[in-house]
Design a binder for this molecule. Structure first.
Ligand code: FES
Length: 135
């Protein structure tokens, strides 16, 4: 599940997080691609009415889990937080990674996000065990 927080964390809580962008680099409801250790990741600022900031930053892989379509060419709905894959129309919840359409589709990889008070966006990219074993 994607977690988006604002403010400082003790250094040990930022272990594994990588700075990837500044909040000012992002536009609400638009996706921006960054690469972390060769992994294509999309960042997005979504509305979040129940938070003080009114927004949250989410991070998810650019690679569609259906057949590796590039989600950066898809569309993002800022209200629902859903992203459509341009290849076959699968739709994912960018916050949770759940496949919204079809309901039985594969899960989208999402990453924990932390936004420092200076606007630096930190993302924690955790590779699946099978990937770590190969590198
Ligand atoms: S590759 Fe994304 S829906 Fe098929």
């Amino acid at each position: 599940m994607t977690d988006s927080l604002f403010g400082e964390l003790p250094n040990q809580d930022l272990a594994g997080f990588t700075p990837v962008a500044q909040l000012s680099d992002l536009q609400r409801g638009r996706m921006r691609r960054v690469d972390v250790d060769g992994e294509p990741i999309l960042l997005a600022v979504l509305d979040k009415m129940d938070s003080l900031a009114g927004v949250e930053v989410v991070a998810f892989t650019s690679l569609c889990p259906h057949a590796l379509g590039d989600l950066s060419y898809g569309s993002l709905d800022n209200g629902t937080g859903e992203v459509d894959c341009p290849d076959h129309g699968y739709r994912f919840d960018a916050r949770s990674g759940a496949c919204v359409f079809p309901k039985t589709g594969p899960r989208l990889r999402t990453y924990p996000v932390h936004v420092l008070s200076n606007g630096t966006i930190m993302v924690k990219v955790e590779r699946p065990a099978w990937m770590s074993a190969r590198s």
